[in-house]
Design a protein around this ligand. Structure first.
Ligand code: GLV
Ligand code: MN
Ligand code: MN
Length: 387
């Protein structure tokens, strides 16, 4: 199902995808989206924040039912996280047309920009800007690993960086948002069901820790004379793991910059990014506060718990489940649907079974039959919601 996108941003050495926001791969993915929309006779436009919208019907006349997800990826990510939701959205629209459905409300497909935050550090940038959950000045000043700001990168891509920010006109077109996503866990495997519905998204955040020391020779500097930032960094990683286990939350250090990065030198600086999440915000906050004590720490993003609209959630479970309502599950992964929900848009999510639960990795997978079940469920849901 994802075949048309398979070659874009793929690292042949690993089979993983590298699809940073505003990269060449992202541009190709955007072109693909516009082509799919045009092929179906949908009106396509890019909003001020770089999110793409394809409409069947006129959403300025009446707010529509929107589905979709994102096309960017984490570095060395899998094929399904994001693209499955966008491809399934187009496929579900095709089904509605084949069923002869005449929607009573406009139906839209969205591709949110920079959901993963792989390049600038803040996830769900497109939906955060759209809803005003991040200030444009802060977003524009964020830098990537090369030191380029979001403002630089958008301008280079021919966009207008100083036009970004909360966009009430676009928001008003979204009556309801339903995001389909590959499951990033094994709850549906355990329940032997191909499709589930989200109940909630755990509160989660990212923090940057900077450890400074003194660069020096690895062979000639006595142990007693060293000021090695790798040591407090290592202590923080171990404390994060132990503290998370004690509190029943999760904590991950998945990105580290060591400067200057010589095998034969004590580093002068280590920067590390902590990702922490859990069912209970207090537990996550307490863990981070404990780790941060006496250190140089900056919160780069925080997303409060999201409880999806209960009536919509139950309706999705009923419609998507066929004879037996679809299972309802919480998730530890962040999504644009969560940002939309926090902004007051009725939003919900469908999950498609992932046989191993592995995600943010080239090994991420969903069986073809389950993807097809996802499209049918999404089409059923859209048909129900667009009456
Ligand atoms: C997004 O995939 C996230 O939860 O990090
Ligand atoms: Mn992801
Ligand atoms: Mn995703």
């Amino acid at each position: 199902m994802l075949e048309p996108l398979a070659r874009i941003g793929r690292d042949p050495a690993t089979g993983g995808y590298v699809r940073d926001a505003w990269s060449e791969a992202d541009m190709e993915l955007r072109e693909w989206f516009a082509g799919e929309a045009a092929r179906r006779g949908l009106d396509v436009r890019e909003d001020r924040n770089g999110n793409l919208w394809a409409w069947w019907g006129d959403p300025t006349a009446r707010p529509g039912v929107v589905t979709g997800s994102h096309l960017d990826s984490v570095r060395q990510g899998g094929a399904y996280d994001g693209p499955l939701g966008v491809v399934s959205a187009f496929a579900a629209l095709d089904r509605l047309k084949n069923r002869g459905v005449t929607p009573g409300r406009p139906v839209g497909v969205v591709c949110f920009t920079d959901e993963e935050g792989a390049r600038f550090g803040v996830p769900c940038m497109g939906s955060r800007l759209l809803t005003g959950a991040i200030k444009p000045d802060r977003a524009l000043a964020l830098t990537d690993d090369d030191g380029d700001t979001l403002a630089d990168v958008m301008a280079r891509a021919g966009r207008k960086p100083y036009a970004i920010g909360r966009d009430d006109e676009t928001l008003a077109t979204v009556g309801t948002f339903v995001e389909l996503h590959v499951e990033q866990g094994r709850a549906l495997v355990d329940q032997e069901r191909p499709v589930g519905v989200a109940s909630a998204i755990w509160p989660h955040g990212r923090w940057r820790f900077d450890f400074r020391g003194r660069a020096d020779h690895a062979g000639t500097t006595r142990l007693a004379d060293r000021d090695d930032p790798m040591l407090p960094f290592a202590r923080m990683v171990l404390a994060a793991r132990a503290g998370a286990a004690r509190r029943g939350v999760v904590a991950t250090v998945g990105k580290v910059h060591v400067s200057p990065g010589n095998a034969n030198a004590i580093p002068g600086r280590v920067s590390a990014w902590l990702d922490a999440r859990g069912a209970d915000e207090c537990d996550v906050r307490q863990l981070v506060a404990e780790l941060a004590e006496g250190l140089d720490v900056k919160e780069e993003s925080w997303t409060a718990v999201v409880d999806f609209d209960a009536a919509l959630r139950d309706r999705l479970a009923r419609v998507a489940g066929g004879d037996t309502p679809a299972p309802i599950l919480p998730t530890g992964a962040g999504h644009d649907a969560g940002i939309m929900a926090a902004a007051g848009v009725p939003a919900g999510m469908l999950f498609v079974r992932n046989p191993t639960g592995v995600s943010h990795s080239p090994d991420e997978h969903a069986e073809q039959a389950d993807c097809e079940a996802g499209v049918v469920a999404l089409a059923d849901v859209l048909e129900d919601l667009c009456r």
